[in-house]
Design a binder for this molecule. Structure first.
Ligand code: HEC
Length: 180
């Protein structure tokens, strides 16, 4: 009987300890759960703040450099950092200088280098003097639109319709400079 009683007390004690440990574990779980939640939330806040900052910076970078002033509404000054950021970009975007000599070689040389088809040769000052006297506008027009004279036919753009006007003009200027 006493043995039985002692066993019961032992069981009871074990059960109490077990429940205590279980309760402690449960409490710990709850604490960890809330701590983790709180941490995650504060992290999210930081992320949100950073994202908003990044977005604002992006917007500033994308903002137009110039603004149009309309009557009664003065142009808003673009933010200073935008100007700084745009300065090197604007420089990089400047069109590369066209190499007139190169265009001449590829598009004009066939006739103007050899005198083929009656073309005035580059460097032939006598052949060019009267043509240069006509003025740049006429030369430009004849180079771009073509022209038929006493010597022969100058095709529009020397036949290179694929080239932009600026390339042809650069070649013309090169040719004229070499023929003065
Ligand atoms: C297929 C041959 C040919 C090619 C290619 C050619 N030209 Fe000519 N060009 C001529 C001929 C021929 C004349 C002379 C026409 C005349 O005065 O009778 C001439 C004349 C000119 C003149 C003088 C126009 C004037 O008013 O006196 C200019 C400027 C000129 N060419 C520019 C160019 C340029 C720039 C190129 C290259 C992009 C070029 N040509 C390519 C044949 C050519």
């Amino acid at each position: 009987m006493s043995q039985h009683h002692s066993d019961e007390a032992h069981d009871r004690h074990f059960f109490d300890t077990f429940m205590l440990v279980l309760g402690a574990l449960f409490g710990l779980t709850v604490i960890i759960y809330f701590t983790a939640n709180a941490l995650a939330e504060s992290n999210l806040d930081i992320q949100n703040i950073e994202e908003t900052k990044a977005q604002a910076e992006l917007q500033a970078r994308l903002a137009p450099v110039g603004r149009v002033a309309t009557a009664g509404q003065p142009a808003a000054e673009p933010a200073a950092p935008v100007m700084v950021a745009m300065a090197p970009a604007a420089k990089a975007a400047a069109p590369a200088k066209i190499d007139g000599a190169k265009v001449y070689q590829t598009a004009c040389f066939a006739c103007h280098g050899t005198g083929a088809a009656g073309a005035p040769k580059m460097g032939d000052k006598a052949a060019w003097a009267a043509r240069i006297k006509q003025g740049n506008d006429v030369l430009r027009k004849h180079a771009l639109e073509g022209y038929t004279g006493k010597a022969g036919v100058m095709p529009a753009k020397g036949g290179r319709m694929d080239l932009p006007d600026a390339d042809i003009v650069a070649a013309l200027e090169h040719m004229v400079a070499q023929s003065k």
